[in-house]
Ligand binder design. Sequence first.
Ligand SMILES: Nc1nc2c(ncn2[C@@H]2O[C@H](COP(=O)(O)OP(=O)(O)O)[C@@H](O)[C@H]2O)c(=O)[nH]1
Ligand SMILES: [Mg+2]
Length: 222
Amino acid sequence: MQVPIYENILKSNDYLAEENQDLFNRERVFVVGILGSPGAGKTTLLEKTISALKNVNLRPAVLVGDLATSRDAERIQQHGIPCAQLTTGGACHLEAQQVNKALKDFDLKTIDILFIENVGNLVCPTGFKLGEHIRTVVFSIPEGDEKVEKYPATFQKADCIILNKIDYLTLQSFDVEKPKREAYALNPDLVWINCSCATGEGIEEWINYLKTAREKRLNENG
Ligand SMILES: Nc1nc2c(ncn2[C@@H]2O[C@H](COP(=O)(O)OP(=O)(O)O)[C@@H](O)[C@H]2O)c(=O)[nH]1
Ligand SMILES: [Mg+2]
């Protein structure tokens, strides 16, 4: 009995995600889903991204999903951009309906690029589309180099993988080529970026990737 119920939930979520994406396309807002384990550096990457986007005249906004607290949204709000916290009260992923509700507080005409930081884990968020145009998985050196192998579905559905905390390579043995090879075997079209939010390595490459992906999407939508 559980399987059909789960399928129905996914189907209705997919329908609402499509509605979200139609709205984003009409308003010309490029939307980036951010997934990854707790502590991988998702919010830190967003903070770095917000600062860097100012230099290329793109106006960001952020939705942050967490089980509890508004700590991440408070961090983002300090950067003076539109931001809302979605607390799931225990659920391990965001759903399209929550995103849709939160959008009502945003003036989409003033936003070029919206980031949605999902609840931190490498499992549940994968099955739930939110209406995002691309998905980025942030994973980091301290998590270990076997994560792509252990959580293939999440990495397979990523358009971009940020290997964060590359500065930790001096402290820990981690074979960068192993997860990279495994990720490209799952999805040959993905973009892989080595990054350190501590040193700034990879941030420029990430911003260029976002700019190009956004322009491509806007052109596709006419
Ligand atoms: N050394 C180092 N620490 C980082 C880096 N990125 C994030 N952190 C730290 O990792 C911790 C978790 O980061 P956070 O952004 O809250 O992770 P999130 O749970 O994925 O949103 C914080 O203490 C950050 O300062 C990095 O590239 N290098
Ligand atoms: Mg966070």
